[in-house]
Write a protein that binds this ligand. Structure first.
Ligand code: ADP
Length: 464
């Protein structure tokens, strides 16, 4: 696994090297071309000047001409040829005469224009400029003046340029690499600070620490901030879970304590069959409470792992509500409550969802209404169509709920009156299950209530 830093460094250096190489090659080609042109211009000028200085009657290169043209200083050679192209004289720095080429001798070259060519003699190459001298335009050539330069010298200059280019390129590359190394260390220092802080967090108490959000680095600040948000959520989830566990164990303990107490009292002395029966009936009630509680906890656990909806189908809500109302009529009658079902909609109102889950929602709401409403009052279940929603209201004319309880009503284990709820066998999980199931169907639930007047629980589900 390569580190981010070395990857950064390698990419940067590779990019820099590619850019340098490209510019170096282009620069070298351009410079070489310019140097070659320079040499040609130089030789052409020297040949032309030589043509003017040499006397037609004394076809020789006198020392003063060499001096005048700076032959020694500038490392080039001179030759003169007669009108017929025969060798006539050379500068002292040229060991042996080099014959005039056929190309240079061609008399149709216009006056003033030197012929530039590369000559190969005895394994050495020369660049040569040959100037054919004419006295007047159209006159025949009277002499050929030639300036030469060994190509070794030209190539040596090119090589020097190449060495310079490569050297400078290497230098820039090395400097760039070192700079990138330092810069990347500086940039990544914030990352490693963050990493260190995060590692420290996992050891520390979750609730106490948050990552420092650097002010001068937008990306890292965003990273730290979202990490902190994650910690907030984790902490929230952790707290909820702890509360749930302690509430749940408390809820489980109460019926167990009652059971143990009843059994211990019953066992203290021999009792009649009738007395034992009474104890068993009471035990059965507590056990039923326990199993309802565990069932509810299981339901919530399913919701928590995203299994609120186990199978989806088209559920006719009007029919489902009518069914639940019919099932609860005996309970309503027992409590002397008028349980009504109002549904003025034509055609079926359907939801795409889990039939059992939706049935549980309606059962919980209507059972609550029946439980917390005194006899003689009424409970109404009203189904209406409010596109894109199906709205189901469970309206009771019971005692209502005080405003301070309303925001917490859907929380797990929340009960307005613990003793009263327990007397009904409630554990405070019913409404939290309703909320979770309705939300899993893409809907919502809310409550309006007024003490002394009654409560309205409203469920909205999206129409299929
Ligand atoms: P429980 O198992 O205690 O009924 P719920 O979650 O179903 O738990 O309800 C939470 C609390 O909300 C109940 O303890 C009760 O005090 C209150 N409540 C629910 N429905 C009604 C209602 N229709 N009228 C008055 N109070 C209600």
């Amino acid at each position: 696994m390569t580190s981010l830093r070395s990857r950064l460094l390698i990419s940067f250096t590779a990019l820099l090297a590619a850019a340098l190489l490209m510019f170096g090659v282009i620069g070298w080609l351009v410079a070489r071309e310019a140097m070659a042109n320079d040499v040609d211009d130089f030789l052409r000028a020297k040949a032309t000047l030589l043509g003017r200085l040499v006397s037609v009657n004394r076809l020789r290169i006198e020392p003063w001409i060499e001096q005048e043209l700076q032959v020694q200083e500038r490392h080039f050679m001179l030759q003169v040829f007669g009108a017929d192209g025969g060798f006539a004289g050379k500068s002292s720095n040229l060991a042996a005469a080099i014959p005039l080429s056929d190309e240079a001798r061609r008399s149709e070259h216009p006056a003033g224009n030197a012929v530039i060519e590369t000559l190969h003699v005895d394994g050495r190459a020369y660049r040569a400029a040959t100037h054919p001298r004419r006295e007047l335009w159209g006159d025949p050539v009277t002499l050929y003046a030639q300036a030469l330069m060994p190509l070794d010298a030209v190539h040596a200059r090119e090589r020097r340029l190449l060495v310079w280019l490569v050297g400078c390129g290497m230098g820039v590359l090395a400097a760039g690499g070192v700079a990138a190394w330092h810069l990347s260390r500086q940039w990544l220092r914030s990352v490693s600070n963050l990493e260190e802080a995060a590692r420290g967090l996992s050891r520390a108490e979750l609730g106490l620490h948050r990552l420092f959000v650097p002010a001068d680095d937008a990306e890292l600040a965003a990273l730290a901030a979202s990490f902190n948000q994650l910690l907030d959520r984790l902490e929230g989830a952790h707290a909820t879970q702890q509360r749930f566990t302690s509430d749940a164990s408390h809820e489980l303990r109460t019926p167990l304590t009652v059971l143990r107490g009843e059994i211990e009292v019953a066992l203290r002395k021999p009792r009649s069959a009738e007395e034992y029966r009474e104890v068993l009936v009471s035990n059965k009630e507590e056990i039923e409470r326990l199993s309802r509680l565990t069932e509810n906890m299981l339901a919530l656990a399913h919701v928590d792992v995203g299994e609120a909806i186990t199978q989806r189908e088209l559920v006719n809500v009007s029919e489902l509500c009518a069914g639940v109302v019919a099932r609860l009529q005996p309970l309503a009658a027992e409590r002397r409550i008028a349980l009504q079902h109002e549904d003025g909609n034509e055609g079926p109102l359907s939801v795409n969802g889990d039939r059992l889950a939706l049935e549980r929602v309606m059962l919980n709401l209507i059972e609550n209404a029946l439980r917390y409403t005194p006899g003689g009052e009424s409970v109404t279940v009203r189904v209406s169509k409010l596109p894109p929603w199906i709205e189901i209201e469970v309206i009771d004319t019971g005692g209502g709920i005080a405003a301070e309880h309303l925001p917490h009503l859907f929380e797990r284990f929340y009960r307005v009156d613990k003793a009263r709820s327990r007397a009904h066998g409630g554990s405070g999980l019913g409404l939290s299950i309703v909320k979770a199931l309705v939300e899993a169907h893409g809907g919502g639930v809310r409550v309006r209530s007024e003490v002394g007047k009654g409560s309205v629980f409203t469920v909205r589900l999206p129409i299929a």
